[in-house]
Design a protein around this ligand. Structure first.
Ligand SMILES: Nc1ncnc2c1ncn2[C@@H]1O[C@H](COP(=O)(O)OP(=O)(O)O)[C@@H](O)[C@H]1O
Ligand SMILES: [Mg+2]
Length: 226
């Protein structure tokens, strides 16, 4: 599904990624780990086309998105869900409206929107919170709303950049379990994290970045494994 070839990303004179080569298959669950500044967010941003590589190719579903024109980016993003550390919810909108927002522009019927929003909220266990505002929710619940928003359009790929970075261990576990369940429905899931307890618990593929380089790539790995 995803192939990165000879990816380098430079910000001014600073290399964020150096000669990264990666293949991620359809249906995989992948952790991207590494210390702060290792290049995790930059890698994710190349996948959702928030940044452009300095050199190399980013193939997603057979298309090189490295030089995708900006008018094609909305199309690309419709094929992926994105989850951020800080949720990025609309504070004055209800849970329902936060999730419905992205699909209201697609010209589908209100009935269909309703079915999809309720379906996504059910996956994250928030069916009883549809009228709540983000300020009335815990951090873990807010992150689950953002996951519902990310999957409401049924994307084949979910990208989560430090989704548990602001959460305590209990809420982190709930969020990771939801991401795991979403993966079990066949969606490819890529999660960046420096939460070693989560990585060690779930035993997924672990790709480790150090100073912008892939230094380990292990199936069913742990955080510190050599
Ligand atoms: N917009 C930017 N401008 C300049 N340097 C940046 C920018 N974004 C990231 N960097 C640098 O690139 C490196 C990798 O950052 P990042 O991908 O955010 O790492 P991580 O997510 O693993 O903490 C760091 O040295 C960081 O300071
Ligand atoms: Mg980061």
């Amino acid at each position: 599904m995803i192939q990165l070839r000879s990816i380098t990303k430079k910000y001014k004179n600073n290399y964020a990624l150096r000669n990264v080569n990666l293949d991620i298959l359809s249906g995989e669950f992948v952790f991207v780990v590494g210390a702060s500044g290792a290049g995790k967010s930059t890698l994710m941003k190349l996948l959702y086309k928030e940044e452009t590589p300095s050199s190399g190719t980013v193939m997603i579903g057979g298309i090189n998105i490295a030089n995708l024109p900006s008018d094609k980016v909305p199309n690309l993003r419709r094929c992926m869900g994105i989850v951020f550390q800080d949720y990025k919810l609309l504070q004055n909108q209800s849970v329902y409206d936060n999730v419905a927002y992205v699909i209201r522009t697609l010209g589908i019927s209100t009935k269909e929107i309703n079915a999809r929003v309720l379906g996504a909220l059910k996956v994250v266990g928030l069916s009883d919170k549809i009228k709540a505002k983000p300020t009335e929710l815990s951090g873990g619940e807010q992150q689950r709303v953002s996951i519902a928003r990310a999957i409401v359009n049924g994307p084949p790929l979910l990208i989560a950049d430090e989704p548990t970075g602001n959460l305590d261990p209990k809420n982190s576990m709930e969020v990771m379990q939801i991401l795991d369940q979403i993966n079990q429905r066949g969606i490819t899931v890529i999660v960046s994290t420096h939460d070693s307890a989560m990585v060690d618990y779930f035993r997924k593929r672990v790709i480790t970045l150090e100073n912008g380089e892939v230094v380990r790539d292990i199936q069913a790995g742990t955080y510190e494994q050599q």
